[in-house]
Design a protein around this ligand. Structure first.
Ligand SMILES: Cc1cc2nc3c(=O)[nH]c(=O)nc-3n(C[C@H](O)[C@H](O)[C@H](O)COP(=O)(O)OP(=O)(O)OC[C@H]3O[C@@H](n4cnc5c(N)ncnc54)[C@H](O)[C@@H]3O)c2cc1C
Length: 574
């Protein structure tokens, strides 16, 4: 038995990143008892913890492209219409003006300090510059402090591992203090899952497990809890990856291509236009796919070429963007001796991931109120879909916080008492790796699982390989029961291992089910290499018992949309 801390609240928010903090602000503003829990210290946790440099928005300032309607059109098109337009609108796009206002009211400097105007650039197939360039280094502590001011209670450094349920209704969650070792039991009327992206499902291209493109600290807790609670997921077979500097797995893509940098292969030729008409300004998957294709055809390595940028553009890129997106970006360039004014920068592909980045159609299914379909359970941010990057995380956070508060206020229910047997069973499972006398280290398990996913469910998939992958993942259940850890930090990784295994299976089952290729190597099947119209839609999966049940929602493609998708059809060019 561990010291038990019981916390009661109206609304429980799991994960205090971009989405969770916004949800916390909105929920607490309603006057309800709001609790935010994060495995790290929230002031600097999650993907905006150290700062971001771009936020996507329309501002109704610069013509037709700068409107709600155009932004919605872009957003929907980029997902190849695989996600529901109404949900995109209600949970993301219609809340963009409120997001901008809230950030500015908090003092986040979205405008250029000298001119008082917004600096805006375009990438990711945007018609014009939706990306506001800004200095976001301190936005996270500003938001977290504000959530406290409006009344949210914070539990830092508590890892949530499982949900509590009464029949199928979610009534709270349990976890442990990664520093104090206490067992935390949260009882809540409604719960919002904001656990962030899955970045460690596949191996990253460096020798270091945590050197990932987006934050490595999220594991797959939100996916795991959603799967066990019976939530549906959509398109989780479609992964994304990024274009990153060699050996330095970092964002910065948007800064480089937004400012007009180009890609060239080893022959000095530009190539991205061969794969997508918008070239480096096209969808991210197409840019990544083009690099993969060039390298496979023997024309790699590939390089970013920014030498043609004006001095003013270069100043902006190297002072206001790259080091804000990644604090150590310029140190890295200095150490490898690259001056972007004179030199090419070799780039590579990052690991595959489920990140909720711009254009990503994969994640937990939710409706226009961020409800998962499971009573008492909502979701927001990159574990859900739609939630494109920071804008998507912040707006879905606003939506979830507001909608959950409305529901709790209108229902006037009392808290439900979870059964003691359920609380004890979860406690046993969570702490088990700490109690074993002998066993295997968590790293051994994780490397094997990552290797299985990368080998059989990574870039280039087929039925036989994925069946082998699934068999290997299933065999790992026994191995999971052998993980032995020596301290609380390792215990966190052991629980992440359990979460990641369940999420890996979900992805593999879905990848077997979608019998086509789409989004470049996001889902590239050697046995079904074409992009097929009959697969144009959302593949929705739910785990029931040990079975995976699928349904398919055909995409509603607007006029002109089919041409766009046909342009994106996966073709092998070498
Ligand atoms: C370095 C970097 C730069 C980026 N730059 C940009 C940019 O310029 N523009 C842009 O639009 N996007 C950018 N992105 C992406 C964007 O920041 C993310 O899409 C967005 O912030 C994700 O928000 P989220 O709330 O979904 O996830 P996160 O912010 O990752 O939050 C998830 C939170 O959940 C917590 N958590 C996870 N598991 C548990 C658990 N079991 N128990 C308790 N807590 C848990 C984590 O600690 C974390 O705080 C960038 C990302 C990174 C990493």
């Amino acid at each position: 038995m561990h010291e038990r801390v019981v916390v009661d609240c109206d609304i429980l928010i799991i994960g205090g990143g971009s989405a969770g903090t916004m949800a916390g602000i909105l929920a607490a503003e309603s006057g309800l008892e709001t609790v935010m829990v994060d495995v790290a210290r929230m002031e600097r946790s999650g993907d905006i913890g150290a700062g971001n440099d771009h936020v996507a928005a329309y501002l109704n300032q610069s013509g037709e492209w700068d409107t709600h309607e155009a932004f919605l059109g872009w957003y929907h098109r980029l997902s190849q219409y695989l996600i529901d337009e109404n949900v995109i609108d209600k949970t993301n796009v219609s809340l963009v003006p409120e997001m901008v206002k809230r950030l500015e009211d908090l003092g986040v400097p979205l405008r250029d300090q000298k001119t008082g105007k917004y600096i805006r650039t375009a990438a990711f197939d945007q018609p014009e510059g939706y990306w506001i360039n800004f200095h976001g280094t301190h936005m996270k502590p500003m938001m977290v402090k504000h959530s406290k001011r409006v009344g949210a209670k914070h539990y830092h450094r508590v890892m949530i591992c499982d949900l509590l349920r009464s029949d199928s209704k979610v009534i709270g969650a349990v976890g442990f203090g990664v520093r104090d070792g206490k067992y935390y039991v949260f009882r809540a009327k409604s719960t919002i899952l904001c656990g962030g992206p899955i970045q460690r499902m596949w191996k990253n291209p460096t020798p270091y497990m945590f050197n990932t493109w987006h934050g490595p600290y999220c594991g797959a807790a939100a996916y795991y809890m959603g799967i066990v609670a019976g939530s549906e997921f959509q398109n989780v077979e479609i992964a994304t990856n990024n274009v990153v500097p060699k050996k330095f797995n970092t964002p910065g893509y948007n800064a480089l291509f937004g400012m007009g940098a180009k890609l060239v292969n080893a022959l000095g030729e530009r190539f991205v236009h061969k794969y997508h008409p918008r070239g480096e300004k096209g969808p991210k998957w197409a840019v990544a796919w083009s690099i993969y294709q060039e390298k496979t055809a023997g024309r790699g390595p590939c390089y970013v070429d920014a030498r043609h940028l004006s001095e003013e553009a270069m100043e902006h890129l190297t002072k206001n963007l790259l080091p804000v997106d990644k604090l150590t970006y310029m140190d890295y360039l200095e150490q490898i001796g690259v001056d972007l004014r004179k030199d090419l920068l070799e780039v590579n592909l990052s690991e595959m991931a489920l990140t909720g980045v711009t254009g990503d159609p994969a994640g937990m299914l939710m409706d226009e109120r961020c409800w998962t379909g499971v009573e008492g359970l909502y979701t927001a941010g990159t574990c859900a879909v739609p939630a494109y990057a920071m804008m998507g995380a912040l707006t879905t956070g606003i939506c979830a916080g507001r909608e959950v508060a409305k529901e709790v206020l209108s229902k006037k229910e009392s808290l439900m008492e979870p059964s003691e047997s359920q609380i004890k069973a979860a406690e046993e499972e969570i702490f088990a790796p700490l109690k074993r006398d002998k066993g295997i280290p968590w790293q051994e398990f994780e490397l094997k699982r990552q290797d299985t996913m990368s080998r059989y469910v990574g870039i280039g998939r087929n039925e036989q390989g994925m069946r082998q992958g699934l068999a290997d993942l299933n065999a790992m259940d026994k191995m999971l029961d052998k993980i032995k850890v020596n301290n609380l930090h390792e215990l966190m990784h052991a629980n992440e291992a359990r979460h990641l295994l369940e999420a890996s299976r979900l992805v593999t089952h879905s990848a077997l089910e979608r019998k086509e290729s789409r989004f470049g190597h996001g889902h590239w099947r050697g046995d079904y290499p074409e992009t097929k119209r009959e697969w144009q839609g959302a593949l929705i999966v739910k785990k029931i018992g040990s079975n995976y049940e699928f349904r398919f929602r055909k995409a509603l493609v607007p006029e002109g949309g089919q041409e766009y998708i046909d342009q994106c059809a996966t073709q092998v060019k070498w």
